[in-house]
Write a protein that binds this ligand. Structure first.
Ligand SMILES: O=P(O)(O)OC[C@@H](O)[C@H]1O[C@H](OP(=O)(O)O)[C@@H](O)[C@@H](O)[C@@H]1O
Ligand SMILES: [Mg+2]
Ligand SMILES: [Zn+2]
Length: 177
């Protein structure tokens, strides 16, 4: 049987990168201070790392799913240059008030829905009891709670410092290996 691992579910815009509003091109993408280092530190310490991101810009007609996938591939190319990578990206392209008909649905994957987190847990050997989500909005933390994961609100600043503080404090209470 595959050994289950704890996972860090990172929100994307506002956590891994600066949220300039519906970012979908590399030239508009800026890593959050400490973000690359945070992903690497989590991976080096045996955590699975996922991105869980609402991308209603697709439903709103601002960009396409291909733009989202291309940007995620670009993020992982850059992370690989630092010897690390995100294990999987999950995104929700939907919004009930969008303009692109096929994406105008009320779904379970748009945060605060837990759908993306649940999908990752189904597809990967995730130890949900030891996993955490880091988001920048209350809806991120609500999605984590709905999926039975501990959620934390990132206030900005250095992401590596924030992640280390959370994981180190969990270690002290014996939650993580
Ligand atoms: O990775 P995140 O933070 O889930 O992605 C958020 C962005 O898709 C987008 O979210 C919000 O827009 P909608 O609620 O989806 O209309 C805004 O905060 C935008 O500024 C974000 O870019
Ligand atoms: Mg966000
Ligand atoms: Zn969705």
């Amino acid at each position: 049987m595959t050994q289950k691992k704890p996972a860090v579910f990172f929100d994307r815009d506002g956590v891994l990168n600066i949220d300039h509003g519906y970012v979908h091109r590399r030239e508009d993408f800026a890593w959050m201070p400490g973000a690359i280092e945070a992903v690497k530190w989590c991976k080096d310490n045996g955590w699975l790392v996922f991105v869980i991101t609402n991308q209603s810009g697709v439903a709103r007609g601002f960009y396409t799913e291909q733009h989202v996938r291309d940007l995620h591939a670009c993020m992982n190319r850059e992370l690989k240059q630092h010897g690390t990578a995100i294990d999987a990206f999950y995104y929700c392209p939907h919004h009930i008030s969008g303009v692109v008909e096929e994406y105008c649905v009320s779904c379970n994957c748009r945060k605060p829905g837990p759908g993306m987190i649940q999908q990752a847990i189904e597809e990967w050997p995730v130890d949900a009891g030891r996993s955490i989500l880091i988001g920048d909005k209350a809806s991120d933390v609500a999605a984590a709670q709905a999926a039975g994961i501990q959620g934390y609100l990132f206030p900005g600043g250095n992401l590596l410092k924030f992640v280390k503080a959370i994981i180190t404090s969990q270690l002290k209470v014996g939650k993580c290996l």
